[in-house]
Design a protein around this ligand. Structure first.
Ligand SMILES: Cc1cc2nc3c(=O)[nH]c(=O)nc-3n(C[C@H](O)[C@H](O)[C@H](O)COP(=O)(O)O)c2cc1C
Length: 220
């Protein structure tokens, strides 16, 4: 769907999910994530950039597992995560829009839990590439977990935490030959409806990830 159509549908509150590809599993146990190796940090930083052209090729489960662990996985026995949060509130949930359904990433169990048995990729943003890329992440703040944070600071602190997760994904992408872009140009109400979020949950940002689109004729 092109951007103008999405904008028009969004203004009418008519941006709707597509049926899923295949039968969505209620939960998916991810393979153990590889927690070492990859490009040296400075090499990954030298390659970090935003991309807006994606191949349709799905991400293998092992890549998805490594990506989610890098993004916001548990990296210490005390429950610490790969991204910081104010007062360790861990208020961000990472939602994972795949062709087969939308899931919430459970870092403790390193599992995905189904939240919507539909293909929500196309409503995670106004830009057309979000429909075809194999993965759109959505970063959602749960204000109910930020009881210790002053109300006036909650949105900005949560946005900082989501930004740290997004940069983890950028560095993973740079290290793994993937393409990615963080996105704020999104229809938060449509995403919130589609994910069935509560009043406490606030959609902050979305991020597309996939393999870079091959340029026609490359390698011939
Ligand atoms: C908060 C934030 C929101 C952004 N929103 C969008 C967006 O909606 N769509 C998009 O294509 N890029 C978006 N970007 C990506 C920026 O356009 C991109 O980072 C910038 O052009 C610099 O390019 P680089 O990431 O390759 O260095 C966003 C970046 C940030 C930090």
């Amino acid at each position: 769907m092109n951007t103008l159509t999405k904008l028009a549908l969004g203004m009418m509150g008519q941006l709707r999910p597509k049926p899923p590809e295949g039968d969505p599993a209620t939960s998916i146990t991810l393979p153990p994530a590889v927690q070492q190796g990859g490009l040296p940090l400075l090499d990954a930083l030298a390659k970090r950039h935003s991309s807006r052209e994606f191949a349709r090729e799905p991400l293998p489960m092992a890549v998805l597992s490594n990506l989610l662990w890098t993004a916001y996985g548990m990296n210490r026995p005390d429950g610490g995560r790969t991204a910081p949060s104010a007062l360790n509130a861990q208020e961000i949930d990472v939602f994972v829009a795949l062709p087969s359904g939308a899931y919430r990433y459970d870092a403790t169990a390193h599992q995905l839990h189904l939240v919507a048995a539909s293909d929500l990729r196309s409503i995670t943003g106004y830009q057309d590439f979000v429909d075809e890329a194999p993965l759109d992440l959505v970063y959602v703040a749960d204000h109910a977990r930020m009881g210790m944070v002053p109300v006036a600071q909650r949105e900005s602190y949560a946005s900082v935490a989501a930004g740290a997760i997004a940069q983890n994904v950028y560095l993973f992408a740079a290290s793994s030959g993937l393409a990615t872009v963080i996105r704020a140009w999104i229809d938060r109400a449509a995403i919130s409806d589609a994910l069935g979020l509560s009043h406490d949950q606030q959609v902050l940002l979305s991020q597309t990830v996939g393999y870079p689109k091959q340029i026609s004729g490359a390698g011939e």
